[in-house]
Design a protein around this ligand. Sequence first.
Ligand code: SAH
Ligand code: TMP
Length: 392
Amino acid sequence: MSFGPMPIANRFLLPEDFADEYFFELAPAFCDECTMVQLINQPAPDEMFNDDYAFFSGTSQHMTRHFQDFAELVCKRNLSGDDPFVVELGCNDGIMLQNFMAKGIRHLGVEPSGNVADVARKKGITVTSEFFSEDTAARIVEQHGHADAILAANVMCHIADISSVAAGVNVLLKDTGVLIFEDPYLGDVIKKTSYDQIYDEHVFVFSALSVSRAFEGCGLRLVDVMPQPTHGGSMRYVLAREGAQEPNAAVADLLDQERGMGLDKAGTFDQFRESCEKSRSNLMQVLNDLKAGGKRVVGYGATSKSTTVMNYCGITQDHIEFISDTTPIKQGKFTPGSHIPVKPHDAFKDNYPDYALLFAWNHKAEIMANEEAFAESGGKWINFVPDVSISS
Ligand code: SAH
Ligand code: TMP
């Protein structure tokens, strides 16, 4: 299936950049053999991850707490011995590693986007700015020794060369070590028609079926799975070296559930395409009706996911006046492809619109708690996941 021409999801622009904007075809495909859902084309990694990277993990309080809990669990279950060593791929601004640093645990972040890595460094976290690969892994072993735990959150699904990651993990991991990563989960994407999880950075949408196959060739076995409510429904995968740990019952249960849902069948993705088309026409119906009725509509959260929604559905500044976002680097710029202005939260709060289109639906609980005054002022939310609906 194709979502059409798409720009770089996190490349917010100034008007002088509009003419040269980069587009590629956003086309996910399902492989019958390896059960992987993946993009046919992906922009080069350094087009997406560089010193101007616009996503700062610490913008969400909920995610800050989530990573505190994640780190606690790793400390309890996976670190032992006198001097354990933890490596995190894609540590961003240090949202996870800050918890290991606070406990005095030896750690290293591998983070190619220099600007977010610098935020982590300012917190005192040790970071190397590069893309993780087998070579990086060998250098880390030379300098720091083998890792007890290699962690990755919302980054494994970003790396097209998964075999180089697997080879690197093989080099870096202790014999008894674990690779633990979490990413948006295919089961949730299918159930909720959350097609906005598909954008340039997300080259894969994983399931337990595809993850277990992707890593088995390099001797890593899926031994545990833990569903997470984050980012609209994620899955945490724990992998260990073949023979080091027996898979627990949750793995077999999830693999069965996935077969039951048809995540190993091409027909499931044909249905998904139809659901996406329906979601698009329902959302545009709502936006066009509001426009015809002269209502003010503002977007909430200039998420990377919203780039897919706006460009796939054809949302323009005729539909949405601006998008409110708390990330300073996005403010004063325009959204990729759709060129809608991004403004600070004050622009929303100081002059409530009639409707707010909830692009950051994955942070709904946090946002609803913070925005009670909007609903009290008569403001309404437009939702599009799992269905197009209006709520107050
Ligand atoms: N872990 C954080 C950040 C996720 S965003 C969180 O969950 O909030 C993905 C991060 O992965 C970005 O900061 C990006 O620069 C980094 N990244 C992308 N490709 C990478 C690679 N090959 N190796 C390590 N990090 C990578
Ligand atoms: P994400 O969906 O990729 O995590 O991005 C969330 C975006 O939404 C990010 O740019 C920050 C923004 N945001 C707000 O503007 N207000 C909020 O309350 C939250 C939680 C996020």
